[in-house]
Design a protein around this ligand. Structure first.
Ligand code: NAG
Length: 439
């Protein structure tokens, strides 16, 4: 606090000194030779105008001082936070004012403007959420778009634009290798050069929701406090409009599936992943048991990002068939004022699992035929890989599994809305773990 106060004091002192100098200057000006009463009025008016211009200038000056002290404060606090926690010491004090930068990964899509415009539209604080745009690919037009934001963004450039040697059968996957290289470099910049303690990662084809920052700000303390969490994501993989409950925009979940697409990670996770970061397909690599290590992410009922990009290494058809139907939340939820302790592991296992297994069981035909509506929330039980896939397909859910984990699933359970009612697609209650051979 001392440091910040002393900056503000300096600012105030400067402000007062400036005022004194100005008064001295104005009063000591030589009186004009013709001192008639009309020229005296003109002089008074001019004096008033001068004072007004000066006030404007001072307001700007104060604003600059405020911004500067805020930025310094953020950096200093950051550095301190990374040095202090020791493995054996008690859990670090949760610092709710932690600076939380947004890293935007850009390549050759000048539509990054849509992503950045929404970030600046919804960002509640420039000090709290600095924006860093990391550009790969050396695309001139995209660089111009990023530069047009001036000092509002920190523009960094991935220096190695060369092709990556890949096995012959992977030649068509060159793009995935470049993405992995870019992620590695950019996250290295965030955590090694800038030394931030956490970061929100977004890509240049994502548009954010009005409460995107509010969501991450509220979820950050959960991530800091709970070792069984390793990320917070803005994305619901089954978040198509008719599969979510728009009246429950505040609802959050734990998921064992790494969703990506607007996600928050801590420096500690980067320390762990960086030495073994893969050369390609980094997201599926993160979904492997060796990386995930039974940790979960927080994800929302309604996505806080949507993707608008068609052009990209993986999109195209997938975008047309699926991604463009994901519902972007449009109602601001004041997450920082809500009690989110239901998401803590013990609490969640108690409340969520009992809700799921207390729900009456129905058959898939009953769901499809919209029968037994009186039951309210229901459970559809699957017994193995094939029945999971069949049910998922029949109901319009994502049916792919990564290292045995269904998208948006928690302990094998996928929560969604079907024909207006809440359904849990769930394994038997005696479930013991994922089978990585399910794919
Ligand atoms: C927050 O919710 C939990 C249940 O998830 C409850 O035990 C706790 O008392 C609540 N805290 C407050 C301050 O309401």
């Amino acid at each position: 606090m001392l440091k910040k106060n002393s900056w503000l004091l300096w600012g105030a002192a400067l402000f007062i000194a400036w005022n004194c100098l100005l008064l001295l200057f104005l009063w000591s000006r030589p009186p004009s030779s013709s001192s008639s009463s009309s020229s005296l009025t003109a002089q008074v008016i001019r004096l008033a105008q001068d004072a007004e211009t000066e006030l404007e200038r001072q307001k700007e000056l104060l604003h600059q001082i405020y911004l500067y002290s805020g930025a310094l404060w953020g950096r200093r606090r950051n550095r301190g936070a990374r040095i202090t926690p020791k493995p054996s010491s008690p859990p670090p004090q949760i610092d709710v004012d932690l600076v939380l930068p947004v890293l935007v990964l850009a390549c050759d899509r000048s539509t990054v403007r849509r992503c950045l415009d929404k970030i600046f539209l919804y960002r509640p604080s420039a000090q709290r959420f600095p924006v860093i745009v990391s550009q790969d690919c050396g695309h001139a037009e995209t660089a111009r778009v990023i530069a047009s934001y001036g000092d509002a963004v920190v523009h960094i450039r991935q220096p190695d634009l060369g092709d990556i040697p890949v096995p012959a059968e992977h030649r068509k996957f060159q793009g995935y290798y470049k993405i992995a290289r870019h992620y590695r470099w950019a996250l290295g910049q965030i955590f090694r050069s800038f030394r931030y303690r956490a970061v929100i990662v977004v890509e240049d084809d994502l548009e954010i929701a009005p409460d995107f920052f509010e969501y991450f700000q509220a979820a950050l303390p959960l991530l800091l406090a709970d070792r069984s969490l390793w990320c917070v994501s803005a994305w619901n993989d089954n978040g198509k409009e008719q599969m979510v409950d728009v009246s429950q925009a505040e609802l959050l979940y734990r998921t064992d599936f790494f969703p990506g697409l607007g996600w928050l990670l801590l420096a500690e996770l980067w320390d762990e992943l960086e030495p073994k970061w893969p050369r390609a397909f980094w997201d599926d690599w993160m979904r492997q048991p060796e990386q995930r290590r039974d940790r979960s992410c927080i994800r929302p009922e309604i996505s806080r990002t949507m993707t608008f990009g068609r052009k990209g290494v993986s999109h195209g058809q997938f975008f047309d068939q699926y991604l463009k139907f994901i519902k972007l939340n449009d109602r601001f939820v004041p997450f920082t004022q809500l009690n989110l302790s239901y998401l803590k592991k013990e609490e969640y296992e108690r409340s969520f699992l009992s809700k799921v297994y207390a729900a009456p069981e129905v058959k898939v035909e009953e769901l499809q035929g919209n029968r037994r509506r009186e039951l309210g929330t229901v459970r559809l039980q699957y017994s193995g890989r094939d029945s999971f896939k069949a049910f998922a397909k029949a109901l319009g859910l994502m049916d792919d599994l990564k290292s045995g984990v269904p998208r948006a699933g928690y302990r094998g359970i996928v929560s969604f809305v079907y024909r207006g009612r809440r359904v849990y697609l769930a394994p038997p209650a005696d479930w013991t773990g994922y089978d990585p051979s399910w794919s």
